[in-house]
Design a protein around this ligand. Structure first.
Ligand code: FAD
Ligand code: NAI
Length: 466
C-alpha cells in the first residue's frame, strides 16, 4: 500500500496529525502497536486520571461537604471496583471515538509495531508476528513517552508502580508513597488521599510542581496538607524495596538532617516520563536520539527529508495539547501552509482540586531573565462565587511588564482554573495589557472575576473587592 503520509503512534499528536493530513487531501495511514487508539493520553493518561479525579472529588464532597449544604446522606463508602470500571468505560468511549474519527476521515489504521525499513518504507509487525510493509512519501513519528523508573528500583508493577498501574488498583492503598511531587504525583496522590489512603509525597526539589510558578507550589502544598497528605520536600530517595507485603522507601534530606524511612503498601514512582523510540528502527534511517528525544528543527523536521517528529518524543512540554498543535503544524506545513505554534502560550494544568493552571512566564523565569515586571494577586476567598460554592482555596496571580503593562504570565490555583486559563491564553495571544483585562466586564458572580481583580491589582494596585 502506498500513502502520502504515514503517522507512527496514535496518541493526541499522531491521531490529530493524521486527521489534519487527511483533511488536507493526503492519503493517510496511522500505525499503532496497541489494539486501541489514543495513545497514553486516552488509554493511561489524561482521560482515565481525570475520570478517577472526578470520582474521588464526588466522594469527598459527599463525605465532607454535603451536610453543610443541607444534604444528609448515610456515610458514603468507596466501591473501588466500580470506580475503576467507570474509568475504563470512559476510556473505552473515548478510544472508540478516535476509531470513528479515523473511519470518518478515511485514514487506514494498521495495528502493530511500526519500524523503518527505509525513510519511505514502514514495516508493521502485528502481535501474531505477521509483517506488512507499507510505503509513503512522508512520515510523522509520534511515538510518545513512557514512565521513567528510578535507576535503582525498576517498576515491578505490583508494589512499585507507575501511573499506569495506579489507574488500575484493585484496592484503596493503606499507605501510598509517592516519589515525585510533580503533576502525576499530585493528581493521583490526591485521588487516593480523598478516598481514604494515607498518602506521603517525597519530592527531590524544594517545591511541589516545581516547573510552575513558586506561589502555585506553596499553595498546593497547603491544600494537600489540608487533605491529609504528608509532604517531604528536598528529599533524595536512596532506596525503594518491595519486601513482599509492603514497600520500604528510604530518603535523605538534601541539606542534612534525619534520614526518612517510610513503609507503605504501594509506591508510585512519578519522577517524569522519557521519550519512547524502542523498536522504531531509527538506526535504519540514520537518526540518533539525544537524551532519548528525536532531534527536530523549528519546523519539527528531523535530519531526514520528509520525516517529522512531534509530541512527547521531541523537545518541549509533555502535554497532549502541545502534541496536538504540533500534529496540526506538521500536516499544514506539508501542504505548503505557514502554520505557527506559540510555545510560550501552551497552558499547563494540574487537575488536583483546586486545580492549578498556568500560562506564560513564571515569576522565577522573569527574575532570572532580568525583565522588569509587576504582579497582581487576588484570593478566591474574596469572591462571592467561591463563598457560595465553598471553594475558597486559591488565588490568581498576574505578572505584567513593568513599563508596558503587557501580561507576561497568569497563574491560577483554584476551582475551575483549568477552564479559566483559556481566557489567559486568549488575552496573551492578543498581547493584552493587564489594564485591558481589568477594564473588561466579567460576569458576576464567577471565578473569572478573580482574574479581573488580579489584573486591577497588577495595573495600579486597585482591586475593588479586597
Ligand atoms: P502518546 O500519547 O504517548 O502516544 C504514542 C503512541 O505511539 C502510543 O499509543 C504508543 O503505543 C504508540 N507507539 C509507540 N511506538 C510505536 C511503534 N513503533 N509503532 C506503533 N505505535 C507505536 N497531558 C495533558 O495535556 N493533560 C493531562 O491531563 C494529562 N494527564 C496525564 C496523566 C497521566 C497519568 C499521564 C501518564 C500523562 C498525562 N498527560 C496529560 C500527558 C499526555 O498523555 C502526553 O503528553 C500525550 O499523550 C503525548 O502524546 P503523543 O501523541 O506524543 O504520545
Ligand atoms: P513531572 O516532571 O511533572 O514531575 C516529576 C517530579 O519528580 C518533579 O517534581 C521532580 O523534581 C521530581 N523528581 C525527579 N526525580 C526525583 C527523585 N529521584 N526523587 C524525588 N523526586 C524526584 O513528571 P510526572 O509527574 O511523572 O509526569 C510526567 C509528564 O506527564 C509531565 O511532564 C507532565 O507534563 C505529563 N502529565 C501532565 C498532566 C497534566 O497536564 N495535567 C498530568 C500528568 C502528567
Amino acid at each position: 500500500m502506498q500513502y502520502n503520509v504515514i503517522v507512527i503512534g496514535s496518541g493526541p499528536g499522531g491521531y490529530v496529525a493524521a486527521i489534519r493530513a487527511a483533511q488536507l487531501g493526503f492519503k493517510t495511514a496511522i500505525v499503532e502497536k496497541y489494539d486501541t487508539l489514543g495513545g497514553t493520553c486516552l488509554n493511561v493518561g489524561c482521560i482515565p486520571s481525570k475520570a478517577l479525579l472526578d470520582s474521588s472529588e464526588h466522594f469527598i464532597n459527599a463525605k465532607e461537604h454535603f451536610a453543610e449544604h443541607g444534604i444528609d446522606i448515610p456515610a458514603p463508602k468507596v466501591n473501588i471496583g466500580q470506580m475503576i470500571k467507570r474509568k475504563s468505560d470512559v476510556v473505552k468511549s473515548n478510544v472508540d471515538g478516535i476509531a470513528f474519527l479515523m473511519k470518518k476521515n478515511k485514514i487506514d489504521v494498521h495495528t502493530g509495531v511500526g519500524s523503518f525499513v527505509d525513510k519511505n518504507t514502514i514495516k508493521v509487525t502485528g502481535k501474531d508476528g505477521k509483517e506488512t510493509t507499507i510505503t509513503t512519501d512522508k512520515v510523522i513519528i509520534a511515538t510518545g513517552s513512557k514512565p521513567t523508573p528510578l535507576p535503582f528500583a525498576a517498576f515491578d508493577k505490583k508494589r512499585i508502580i507507575s501511573s499506569t498501574e495506579a489507574l488500575e488498583l484493585k484496592e484503596v492503598p493503606k499507605h501510598l508513597i509517592v516519589i515525585g511531587g510533580g503533576v502525576i504525583g499530585m493528581e493521583l496522590g490526591s485521588v487516593y488521599a480523598r478516598i481514604g489512603a494515607k498518602v506521603t509525597v517525597v519530592e527531590f526539589l524544594d517545591s511541589l510542581i516545581p516547573t510552575m510558578d513558586g506561589t502555585m507550589g506553596k499553595e498546593l502544598s497547603r491544600v494537600a496538607k489540608k487533605l491529609g497528605m504528608d509532604i517531604f520536600l528536598g528529599h533524595k530517595v536512596t532506596a525503594v524495596e518491595n519486601t513482599g507485603n509492603e514497600v520500604v522507601v528510604k530518603a535523605e534530606p538534601k541539606n542534612g538532617g534525619n534520614a526518612l524511612e517510610l513503609k507503605g503498601d504501594y509506591c508510585l514512582v512519578s519522577i517524569g516520563r522519557r521519550p519512547y523510540t524502542d523498536g522504531l528502527g531509527l538506526d535504519k534511517i540514520g537518526i540518533e536520539t539525544v537524551k532519548g528525544q528525536i532531534p527536530v528543527d523549528d519546523h519539527l523536521k528531523t535530519k531526514v527529508d520528509n520525516v517529522y517528529a512531534i509530541g512527547d518524543v521531541v523537545r518541549g512540554a509533555m502535554l497532549a495539547h502541545k502534541a496536538e498543535e504540533e500534529g496540526v503544524y506538521v500536516a499544514e506545513q506539508m501542504a505548503g501552509q505557514k502554520p505557527h505554534v506559540n510555545y510560550l502560550l501552551i497552558p499547563g494544568v494540574v487537575y488536583t482540586w483546586p486545580e492549578v493552571a498556568s500560562v506564560g512566564y513564571t515569576e522565577e523565569q522573569l527574575k532570572q531573565s532580568g525583565r522588569a515586571y509587576k504582579t497582581g494577586s487576588f484570593p478566591y476567598k474574596a469572591l462571592g462565587r467561591a463563598r457560595a460554592s465553598m471553594d475558597t482555596d486559591g488565588l490568581v496571580k498576574v505578572l505584567a511588564d513593568k513599563q508596558t503593562d503587557e501580561i507576561l504570565g497568569i497563574h491560577i490555583i483554584g476551582a475551575r482554573a483549568a477552564d479559566m486559563i483559556a481566557a489567559g491564553v486568549t488575552a496573551m495571544e492578543f498581547r493584552a495589557s493587564a489594564e485591558d483585562v481589568a477594564r473588561m466586564s466579567h460576569a458576576h458572580p464567577t471565578y473569572m472575576e478573580a482574574v479581573k481583580e488580579a489584573c486591577l491589582a497588577a495595573t495600579a494596585n486597585r482591586p475593588i473587592h479586597i
